[in-house]
Design a protein around this ligand. Sequence first.
Ligand code: PHE
Length: 339
Amino acid sequence: MHIAVRAEEIREQFLQELEGLPHDAHQIKLLKDKYLGRKGLVADLFSTLKDVPVKDKPNAGKILNELRQSLSIKFESYIKTLDSNGENMNHGDLTLPEDPYLIGGIHPLTHTLNEINSIFIKLGFSTVYGPEVDTDFFNFEALNIPKHHPARDMQDTFYVKDGVVLRTHTSNTQIHTMLKNDPPIKIIAPGRVFRNEDISVRSYCLFHQVEGLYIDKNVSFADLKGVLSHFAREMFGQNVKTRFRPSYFPFTEPSAEMDMSCFFCDQKGCNICKYEGWLEILGCGMVDPEVFKSVDYNPENWSGYAFGMGIERIAMLKYGVKDIRLFYEGDTRFLGQFV
Ligand code: PHE
């Protein structure tokens, strides 16, 4: 076939296909390859040039060059119209509004824990971590809670198997730390704890605590009061008052619970503090000599205090959260408020 006729055929076919071309990057590339690619129709026709009689070669060459040029120009200007219509295949329409996207944030419990940590770290405490699955010895026995002791009922325990529990409090870490180190000791131990309780707005089968333990020579209850009152003021504001109520824990003697003045109502009485003006914050006390004995510390030489607080409780008070379950549900409508 005469080259000029075939060239005209290709041109028309190309224009037709270009017109019906879907605005799709892949289809556009296919079309370009089909006509202008290394093995495309235009290249095909070029390869027939060798069979053209010598005298016709210059003219045929010119026709082919024009074909290639005109297809390229048509193709490029087609791409340009896509650009100006905002349908560029490479980078989308830059004038469209951004897709809404969610920014992750620090979980309110992590945030609360970070704040608690930093207050105690400034006071010279270091952070240690204990195991969540532990033996009866660390969770109970060494803390002066023998088998059949009524205090075991205070914390409904998940048993993994006989003698192995999900820790019911971070106090197990007191024992791990004391068995591994000689005094003096000044640590906080944050972590997850587990209790087999009915799930409600107030309690969950899993929650978090921060344990504190300070052991040295001549540590007094006044030291304990000083440090924990400082903590309450740093955490909730300098006007916060604290009081210590006698309480009972098998591993501390004397034991106390620390309350702080209700900052919701300024102690006028509200439903958060149940019209008492005080909020219960944590349990604490002087380390019981029985605990020292179980870790081979001489109670004649050493004294110390311990405390334990619930991170959820502190976060709920601090942020006015009424339902503890919200912390665990991963609902971004809740979590997003803390970003
Ligand atoms: N372990 C106690 C609890 O979970 C809290 C506590 C810790 C009390 C240390 C005194 C000393 O309730």
